[in-house]
Design a binder for this molecule. Sequence first.
Ligand code: GRG
Length: 308
Amino acid sequence: MSSQGFSEYLQARRAEIEAALAAALPAPPGCPAIVADAMRYSVTAGGKRLRPVLCLASADAVGGDRALAMPAACAVELIHTYSLIHDDLPAMDNDTMRRGRPTLHVVAGEGMAILAGDGLLTEAFALLARAPAATDPALVARKLRVVGLVATAAGPVGMVGGQAIDLACSAPDAAGHSAPPLDADGIRIMHSKKTGALIRASAVAGAIMGGAGDGTIVQVDAAAAELGLAFQIVDDILDVEGVSAHLGKTPGKDAAAGKPTYPALYGLDVARRMAAECLERAERALRAADLAESRLMEIGRWIVHRSN
Ligand code: GRG
């Protein structure tokens, strides 16, 4: 690892990601301005850029060329932004603030918000297909592996599936039936799909594009699964403790909606301890691949100790 401090590393990676995202977004005349503007509104609204930073840090950790991982980094952020736009819709979580701004459907209408989300999801895969440009069969194979990995993480086995479980528990179906409340295991599984799968895929995609061997990829995946769970536990804690201006979204919503959060299930102290234990397990996995001194571990500490 270089002697650069973590906050400088984070700042530098974020600046690269912002530039790459801006260049990757479709624009007129090919893309109608109305949907191009809607996509840009949500992507450029800020956000921590956790997933793309994780992707780049993973490529760094395995000694790879970070530039080869940038398209995957942007793709996971485009997919994450689509998921936030759709999650905020009245038919889902019905939220009016995101990333410190009114949600997209509030400013552009529901139809355009749905289309902007669809556009971001599909554009993510167009980006993975075209970049990095490759004719070398080994690099083409890495790209293909990442396409499959990200599609699975974002789709019905991953994020869409987790969201479906959450939706079924929070809202009655057309016949007025609600799914029974989730137990602790059910909640863990729901979160591992809804938020964990894309976080895992972000780290693994970076390792693959960085040229890591399968043994290393397995440990990066195991560590990222722990970080994904820690992320969710901390998200729930911040939802209880948070201030809207810091979070950029409406705090206390989950608790008010009676959602089964980690603090509600276990209490704040145990929830904090659980997040710390995730970090310890992530460190063990990374140590097994000789990556415990990498930026990945610093990202883990950031996830657990963040305030937004
Ligand atoms: C609509 C298919 C579909 C999926 C939505 C991720 C998701 C699934 C919904 C988000 C709901 C939510 C607020 C979950 C809590 C964890 C989470 C994903 C928070 C937002 O991610 P951050 O904190 O956001 O990384 P920023 O804005 O920093 O990128």
